[in-house]
Design a protein around this ligand. Sequence first.
Ligand SMILES: NC(=O)c1ccc[n+]([C@@H]2O[C@H](COP(=O)([O-])OP(=O)(O)OC[C@H]3O[C@@H](n4cnc5c(N)ncnc54)[C@H](O)[C@@H]3O)[C@@H](O)[C@H]2O)c1
Length: 339
Amino acid sequence: MLRQQKANFPYKFPQCTELVYTMIREILDSSNISQSRLSNPPPCFPPPTRERKVTVAGRSHSNKLQRILEEYHQILPTVMSFASRVFAITGGASGMGLAVAKLLSKQGAAAVCIGDLNKKNFESAIKEIRAENPDTAVDMSALDVSKSAAVEEWISSIVHKYGRLDGAANVAGVPQVARQSSEAGPTLLDESDDMWRLHMGVNLDGVFYCTRSQVRAMTALRHKGDKTERSIVNVSSMAALSNGPSCLSYGVAKTAVVSLGARIAKDVAPFGIRLNTVLPGATNSPMLSQFFPGDAKSIVATLGYDVLEPEDIARTIVYLLSDESKKISGVSLPVGSGH
Ligand SMILES: NC(=O)c1ccc[n+]([C@@H]2O[C@H](COP(=O)([O-])OP(=O)(O)OC[C@H]3O[C@@H](n4cnc5c(N)ncnc54)[C@H](O)[C@@H]3O)[C@@H](O)[C@H]2O)c1
């Protein structure tokens, strides 16, 4: 296998993970390999230089390796931008949040730290994330995002453990059955105090508490001299774009999340933090059937919407967490047709 990988070096690696670091190190260490022996060397392939040790992404490497890694930065900027980075993800035990954690792991994140209310899914989530990349540390915490003190403690524990927080995706949320007004009366009259509080508590307060704790931690790290550019992504919903009566409490909370993001983005920009909001359309997660009991996919189709996969949303969120989207902040981005 090593021989085959050597033959492909440096172009054909699917992604720049630990395997690639190890491979490059092995090649250089073993090495009588030189520029002339590569089948198709890039023009800027490092000429032989005197070896010395340097640190790249928290690891000690030879300076030749550093030159190669710099080249990978140009070829695969998104992949490289996650190396050694630590992320907090709420709602990461299921659906879109889990898809985000898996994609970050696949892209080489150092750690994904998940806060979720539902502990039942923790074991299977850890397995799925590790299957993407066993080198990513996976941290699962039982967390209710509607509890301010618990959120603060969770974020502090991440910084305490890893010494950094590079990005966050606030994905956790609760659904509401979609209903239309009928002759019996407006849907407003069915909206109980408990329903309203649940949606404000989880879907709005939860996003606010998480964003605030993450910004607090990120600002503190910056004040300590770590000038890394950081990114937060909040998840709203296409329900924020609709003025219909359906999902009233849910829709109002998700609309407020959009407003929250736009306002906070300006406030945190001077501290090297970007904040964007993603508005998913109907997505094939366990939540979908809770919006549309029965044959959810058919109901969504009759409404004229595509059904998205959690991975469609994850790609957007991960893009916004990456350096590929640097300079994009304060944006509310709908994903999916029918908006
Ligand atoms: N699925 C859709 O059609 C759809 C469409 C638009 C927006 N959204 C939004 O996308 C986000 C992700 O939803 P999903 O589709 O992946 O659903 P999901 O049910 O698969 O995942 C939601 C996760 O949030 C967690 N959660 C719920 N309450 C929590 C709390 N108080 N604290 C911490 N974690 C909590 C759940 O345990 C679950 O793991 C939600 O904010 C949802 O409102 C979903």
